[in-house]
Design a protein around this ligand. Structure first.
Ligand code: BGO
Length: 715
């Protein structure tokens, strides 16, 4: 059996090279168009029954140039068994334009993607199967220069010989017009050529118009069809066809090609490989947080805080105020209120502004460069293991600034159980108001350890994760976590303006609070710590505050800090967490030493052991948040029962954690004796571990059943 194959392709696609390889001819090869200007033929080297015709290089079959005329006439008239369409793989879009026209002609076509050696070098991947599927004809990759794949090309051509079906279909409105034109064509035109001729008539191809004889009414109808279609597409008919071809090619390319630059890892991806690594992500995050706390609480921030405490509120402000009050002959009680109440209390709180500024500057840096989004992603992986959604991390991240917006951010969680759980645990994160407590305790009791301050952050997160594990096992919160899809923005250099603004905003909010709510609270604390119930001026120990503090202190005794001052500071912290420090400023300032921050530290060290102080820190970190955040919890929970459940859970967990830390820490680090408190801590630890490791419950335990009925009527 003999075969007639035609080599067709764009100039420079490697047709002549292919022809030479296949036939052993020595045609001139060149990297400029027009090397093959006339048709040449030759016999296949390995199978002389196959004749190959090398046609001139062309870009299109709408014949504008002599080469296009030669090629089109030959393709339209010669008895060809198969067309070998030689496509420059590095220039697919332009080359496939000709391919589509070959398919429109209904020719039995094999697409040979040449220059696969160059494709490899350029990092372009072509999926030949997908391309073949899209075009509806065989596609073979080869290299004429490297002599790869040529046999496959011939085999495919032999298989395809004589079969010219095409699957190329354009816009349905255009196809409808072509179908109508096909119906107008004379019957003697064969079925295989009718669609191509319809396209050519639609395009307005003059040569075809002359060759096809239409009746006058069909002529009119053809004009009508073209006119309507042009109106529909709002384009000239030839432009409609061109656009459709390119549209088809774009879809093909999207389906079948990948450029390496599109999947090559960007710098951002490379950084993510490390920062979001399964094993490394959390240690790296811990290291970053350590660095941030080290800068804000241990070094740079502390320098500012020391200056504010020792110089600004240690001498400048009190001295200037004292002079003014002496000049204006201010009453003694008012002088005491201003110095011992307001300056000591508000000053102690304001002393932490530099540390807060540095902390939030560093956090804003991490947020602005895109790292915090990664942490949400990493946390999603971690949280998901424990049944929580990564969506819960966003409120927690916001809560590092302030618990109120943090709690409100839980609204993005669709699953009601997950949302309630998130509201309940979000305020475990240390907010800016808790930072002074962290700074004071770590500075006063652990000046040598750089891990105590960041540990507050990790304790907050640990409490959230462990709460998630334990609570998700109860029927109140059970269920699969909501899916969390977030786009990770590419890393970029942080904008100094944005970062500064974020840090300044938070510092200003802190200062505003010190000038309002803390100011009023300090007056109240000073008054109640300076007067007794008959409003006589008394020493602190006989004051109203000391009375109430002593009533509460025993509750906190097992936690190691059962002094009336510690109890009062914790309770005033419910108004605003800054009050904890404001209260210490007033109470320990009045104890005869001095108001300055450094000296408060010395007095504190006399009242508490380091383990007791750490237990105090943990309790104040985890217990119910300030009133404003409790209000937000109430709004989000939408009912008092859930709010009370949240507050009770927070205070209960805070108490248990502090108890365990103090009781065991006291024995291990301070040589304490075993007591009833140790036994209680052991039992509590056992119960907490049990809550963590027990099997998830389908049915509520009797206790939770009661709670469920109370808070949500759940059985
Ligand atoms: C020059 N791989 C590579 N890398 N190049 C190829 C391949 C292939 O598989 N196939 C062809 N070429 P024609 P038309 C040249 O001649 O066959 C190259 O127009 C050069 N010449 O070598 O002529 C081929 O018949 C100087 O390149 O195509 C030729 O379709 C510098 O593609 C070009 C660089 O081949 C066109 C290349 C003086």
């Amino acid at each position: 059996m003999t075969y007639q194959f035609a080599l067709v392709g764009n100039p420079n696609s490697g047709k002549t090279s292919t022809f030479n390889q296949l036939t052993g001819a020595k045609q001139t090869v060149g990297n400029w168009p027009g090397v093959t200007v006339e048709r040449k033929s030759g016999k296949l080297r390995k199978a002389k029954e196959i004749t190959i015709q090398d046609l001139p290089g062309i870009y299109s079959l709408s014949p504008y140039t002599p080469e296009e005329v030669i090629s089109r006439n030959y393709l339209a008239e010669a008895p060809i068994d198969a067309v070998l369409d030689i496509v420059d793989g590095t220039n697919l879009e332009r080359n496939l334009y000709l391919t589509l026209q070959l398919l429109e002609m209904g020719l039995p076509t094999i697409v040979g993607i040449n220059m696969i050696d160059l494709l490899k070098r350029k990092g372009i991947q072509i999926n030949f199967e997908k391309l073949s599927y899209g075009l509806g004809v065989p596609v073979v990759g080869f290299s004429a220069l490297k002599q790869h794949g040529l046999n496959k090309l011939i085999d495919a051509a032999k298989k395809k010989a004589g079969n010219g079906d095409s699957v190329v279909v354009y816009d349905s409105r255009l196809e409808a017009a072509l179908a109508e034109i096909k119906a107008l064509l004379p019957e003697e035109i064969s079925e295989s050529k009718r669609r191509w001729i319809a396209i050519k008539l639609f395009e307005g191809d003059e040569l075809i118009r002359q060759q096809v004889t239409l009746t006058p009414s069909n002529e009119k109808e053809l004009a009508e069809i073209i006119k309507i279609t042009e109106m529909i597409f709002d384009e000239h008919s030839d432009a409609i066809i061109v656009n459709e071809r390119y549209e088809f090619i774009q879809q093909l390319l999207a389906l079948a090609t990948i450029k390496e630059e599109e999947y090559r890892l960007s710098l951002s991806d490379k950084i993510d490989r490390v920062l979001t690594h399964r094993l490394l992500a959390l240690p790296i995050f811990a290291f970053f947080m350590w660095g941030i706390y080290f800068l804000s609480i241990q070094t740079i921030g502390t320098m500012g805080t020391d200056w504010v405490n020792d110089v600004l509120f240690g001498s400048w402000v009190p001295d200037i105020l004292q002079q003014l009050m002496n000049q204006w002959q201010v009453a003694q009680w008012l002088q005491e209120l201003i110095q011992d109440g307001i300056v000591a209390g508000v000053g102690a709180v304001l002393g932490f502004v530099p540390q807060i500024f540095v902390l939030f500057f560093c956090l804003a840096l991490l947020e602005d460069c895109g790292y915090m989004a990664r942490i949400a992603f990493v946390m999603d992986r971690l949280f998901r293991k424990f049944g929580l959604s990564g969506k819960s991390f966003i409120p927690m991240l916001i809560a590092t600034g302030c618990g109120v917006p943090g709690v409100m951010a839980s609204r993005t969680i669709e699953n009601e159980k997950d949302r309630r759980l998130t509201v309940m645990v979000t305020t475990f994160m240390p907010c800016s108001a808790k930072l002074p407590i962290i700074a004071l305790i770590s500075g006063a009791f652990f000046p040598e350890s750089s891990w105590v301050a960041p540990s507050a952050y990790f304790i907050g997160m640990g409490a959230i994760v462990l709460s998630g594990i334990a609570l998700k096992k109860t029927a109140l919160f059970a269920g699969d976590p909501a899916p969390f899809i977030m786009e990770l923005p590419a890393y970029h250099l942080p904008q100094l303006g944005t970062v500064l603004k974020s840090a300044i905003d938070r510092a200003v909010a802190f200062i505003k609070k010190a000038g309002t709510i803390i100011f009023v609270a300090c007056i109240f604390i000073w008054f109640t710590s300076s007067y007794n119930f008959t409003f006589d001026r008394v020493g602190e120990e006989e004051s109203i505050l000391a009375f109430f503090g002593r009533l509460l202190a025993p509750i906190f005794a097992p936690l190691g800090w059962g002094t009336w001052r510690g109890a009062v500071a914790t309770i005033t912290g419910l108004v605003a967490k800054e009050n904890v420090i404001g209260t210490f400023g007033i109470l320990y300032g009045q104890s005869g030493v001095s108001e300055t921050g450094t000296e408060i530290c010395q007095v504190l060290r006399g009242d508490y052991t380091p383990v007791a102080a750490y237990s105090f820190l943990i309790f104040n970190l985890l217990c119910a948040p300030c009133f404003a955040a409790i209000g937000a919890i109430h709004r989000e929970m939408g009912d008092s029962k859930w709010t009370w459940l949240a507050i009770s859970y927070q205070c209960g967990l805070a108490y248990c954690a502090s108890l365990i830390v103090y009781q065991f820490g006291h024995i291990f680090f301070e040589g304490g004796q075993l007591t009833v408190g140790t036994l209680a801590a052991l039992i509590v630890l056992g119960l907490l571990l049990f809550a963590l490791i027990k099997r998830p419950q389908q049915k509520n335990s009797p206790l939770l059943q009661v709670v469920g009925e109370v808070v949500g009527g759940e059985k």
